[in-house]
Design a protein around this ligand. Structure first.
Ligand SMILES: [Zn+2]
Ligand SMILES: [Zn+2]
Length: 292
């Protein structure tokens, strides 16, 4: 491991409810109850700075499991604690681990928490802010979460059921390459329009990223019988694939994240996962390490 490498670890790949999903008796959830290898944490990432500092993106309720994944992926001390936390938005699975930084669990204090000002308002209103020093982030303005970490975060606004607070994607700009982390947005139409881009490729190239973790919540609209999918808007993977077509040599790497328990790509042997693969894109896997 280079002393000055910046390493990005995928700590969870599921939608907010994780796999197994509460109140679900689908085959995937039942199988995951029986076999820990089939469980998937809600989406989160850990970035290890060039100076060894540790920066968590999203605080899910699977935090203890996720810190263990982080430590074993990078051979770090099993008792590691994040130096900073960064949040894309205030929906359940992205913030329900914040309480674990407090007195009942890790008993931490003064941890910098980076989020938009409306997300910070939610965190404060819910009484979750005491372990943190809240730092409101200005969209589009790069900043280092700590002095010598050797990378920058840039918040990118995206439209997403903003009932309580707004939503951002985060670009992690490392010394050699950059990642876009976009776990949740409503649809490509609105996101691309907001950024004045004609297509996904054009937008990713505007952002200057070589790797993009994209919202892969649902495979297609047939996935949730009995629930109105328009109430939980996300671009379908089938739509994203249609827009992307086949991967060409200079294209960025795309990894789908934030999969709902119902999404067939969670099974790497499914025909849907093969389709993603065939086109040259990928489904993200927990504990993968990207070197930036
Ligand atoms: Zn989510
Ligand atoms: Zn299920």
């Amino acid at each position: 491991m280079d002393a000055d490498a910046v390493e990005f670890v995928i700590l969870g790949v599921a939608q907010d409810g994780g796999v197994p999903h509460a109140g679900c008796s689908c085959q995937r959830c039942i199988a995951a109850l029986a076999d820990p290898n089939l469980r998937r944490n809600p989406v989160a990432c850990g970035v290890r700075g060039a100076d060894g500092s540790l920066h968590l993106i999203e605080a899910s309720r699977s935090l203890s499991e996720q810190l263990a994944i982080w430590s074993s992926a990078l051979w770090l001390d099993a008792g590691l604690r994040p130096d900073t936390v960064c949040l894309t938005h205030a929906h359940l699975g992205h913030i329900d681990g914040l309480g674990q930084f407090g007195i009942e669990v890790m008993g931490m204090g003064g941890v910098p928490l980076f989020a938009s000002s409306s997300v910070i308002d939610v965190v404060v209103k819910r009484g979750l802010s005491s372990p943190f020093v809240c730092c409101a982030v200005e969209p589009g303005v790069g900043f280092r979460p700590s002095e010598d970490c050797g990378f920058e975060y840039v918040f990118v606004p995206v439209p997403h059921r903003d009932e309580e607070a707004d939503t951002h994607a985060v670009v992690v700009r490392g010394p050699n390459s950059s990642v876009l982390f976009l776990p949740d947005h409503d649809d490509w139409e609105q996101t691309l329009e907001l950024h004045g881009a004609d297509g996904i490729r054009e937008w990713l190239s505007q952002l200057g990223v070589g790797i993009a973790l994209l919202d892969g919540t649902f495979w297609d609209a047939s996935e949730l019988p009995g629930r109105d999918i328009s109430q939980i808007p996300h671009p379908m993977i089938t739509d994203t694939l249609k827009r992307l077509g086949e991967r060409k040599e200079d294209d960025p790497v795309v990894l789908f994240v934030h999969m709902n328990h119902s999404n067939p790509v969670l099974d790497s042997t499914s025909k849907e996962a093969h389709k993603v693969d065939e086109l040259g894109w990928s489904v993200a896997e927990q504990s993968s390490v990207l070197r930036l």
